[in-house]
Ligand binder design. Structure first.
Ligand code: UD1
Length: 419
């Protein structure tokens, strides 16, 4: 298993470009199952989760051509298998995204029930209740969700709690349902909006994308389209935090500044200097004193849970004390014990972490527990004195494209050790 070795203490300087968003790519790939027309997608990131989704779709019968320059071409004219097997779903929960499209287009699907995972129990009851409201027959046997429907019909459904992939699953299913579907308390994440834009380009009738009420008028069929995936706001903000943490000066291109308001506001409140050069370009500097702040994660447009671990590192090195409250997932402080091993002063009480800023962190061997936690350990390593050796970095490859190459381009001392 690969490890990452970081020698800390160098300010990040230079320019890098942000990749396409993982969390937009996965639903858009699944959406291609709604049509037998060809989809052409650009700005797809090279990530393990994307490979897993491509593999899953290959099992269903998708023919997917990947070209470094031209993008991804998907031909779903030969879909013959409707089962998402345990082996793939257990490595990536977002595999559940094929459920809505397969059911809506082919009237049947069998998906392994996603199991527990490192950041809480993460049920899928909203996905199932929503599809049932649209007329699907669903039963659970031998660890599989088995869903059937001759044709889904429009329905009114209220999400409780708000769920990103749940909204995406029902949105995709509703595009081919008979009649109108109204989804309330829907997720407003930019990745949901990106999916809605792709579906609209395929011929879907969707109103309200980006608001908490989505109104979808079902159509009889969808066609192929071209779609350019939105930029990854979590990757962008991770690099912004890294720049502040190392007192660096970093220029980020191909970002969508509007999707980064919550992290920009927090970083500015901490004392970072952020210049919006234009709506796709940012400069981040962190050379003054960084002050601790309180932070609460919440669904978009609130502060993303996917940046909580990285912000915990920054507050650990700030002046003062900050209280970080995780409201989206239970049990999402697994990284704290690893950060403590590097000298961070963090106390966890339920879903709250009390972080007292320390003057420094010290490098140590640490272990990545999930995707965003592993990013936080890389950030801690960049700021720490001495060497940090991070194991189980396969987690980071799920969601960050060539992270060590991008950091090296910013003058970090970081290398991957294959093993
Ligand atoms: C998506 C993102 C993930 C991000 C998360 C929250 C993708 C592929 N992944 O995950 O990176 O961290 O949003 O922003 O886009 N819940 C239920 N019942 C359900 C579904 C969810 O109770 O049927 C709960 C979950 O346990 C969690 C909360 O709702 O507490 C939010 O989860 P959700 O938005 O569904 O996360 P994902 O879509 O899995």
């Amino acid at each position: 298993m690969d490890k990452i070795l970081v020698r800390g203490g160098r300010p990040l300087t230079g320019s890098i470009s942000i990749s396409g968003a993982k969390n937009a790519t996965l639903p858009v790939l699944a959406a291609s199952l709604l049509t037998t027309g060809r989809l052409h997608l650009s700005n797809i990131p090279h990530l393990r989760d994307v490979t897993t989704m491509v593999e899953l779709m290959g099992q269903h019968g998708s023919a997917i051509t990947i070209d470094e320059k031209l993008g991804v071409e998907i031909d779903n004219s030969q879909i013959t298998n409707f089962t998402a097997p345990y082996e793939l779903v257990s490595t990536m929960r977002a595999s559940i995204l094929v459920m809505g499209p397969l059911l809506a287009r082919y009237g049947q699907t069998e998906i392994s029930l996603p199991g527990g995972c490192a950041i809480g129990s993460r049920p899928v009851n909203m996905h199932l209740d929503g599809l049932k409201a649209m007329g699907a027959e669903i039963d659970l046997t031998a660890g599989y969700i088995r869903a059937r429907a001759k044709r889904l019909r429009g329905a009114r459904f209220i999400f409780d709690p708000v769920t990103v992939t749940g909204t995406e699953n029902l949105l995709m299913a509703a595009t081919l349902a008979q009649g109108q579907t109204i989804l309330e308390n829907a997720a407003r994440e930019p990745e949901v909006v990106d999916l809605a834009q792709c579906l609209t380009a395929m011929g879907a009738k969707i109103h309200g994308a980006g608001t908490s009420t989505l109104i979808i008028d079902g159509v009889d069929e969808l066609s192929g389209c071209h779609h350019d995936i939105i930029s990854d706001r979590i990757e962008a903000a991770t690099f912004m935090i890294a720049a502040v943490l190392t007192k660096g000066n970093v220029h980020l291109t191909k970002v969508n500044v509007d999707t980064l308001r919550a992290p920009i506001d927090k970083l500015v409140a901490m004392g970072a200097q952020i210049e919006e050069i234009d709506d796709r370009t940012l400069r981040i500097q962190g050379n003054g004193t960084i002050e601790a702040i309180d932070l609460e994660t919440s669904p978009y447009p609130g502060f993303p849970t996917d940046l909580q671990a990285q912000m915990l590192v920054l507050i650990s090195l700030a002046k003062g004390t900050g209280v970080v409250t995780e409201t989206v997932f239970e049990n999402r402080f697994m990284h704290v014990s690893e950060l403590q091993r590097m000298g961070a002063n963090i106390r966890v009480r339920g879903n709250t972490a009390i972080v007292r800023g320390s003057p420094k962190l010290v490098g140590a061997p640490v272990m990545a527990t999930d995707l965003r936690a592993s990013a936080s350990l890389v950030l801690a390593g960049l700021a720490a004195e001495g060497e940090t050796l991070i194991s189980r970095v396969y987690h980071i490859d799920r969601g960050y494209e060539r992270i060590e190459e991008k950091l090296r381009a910013l003058d970090a001392d970081i290398q991957r050790i294959s093993g």
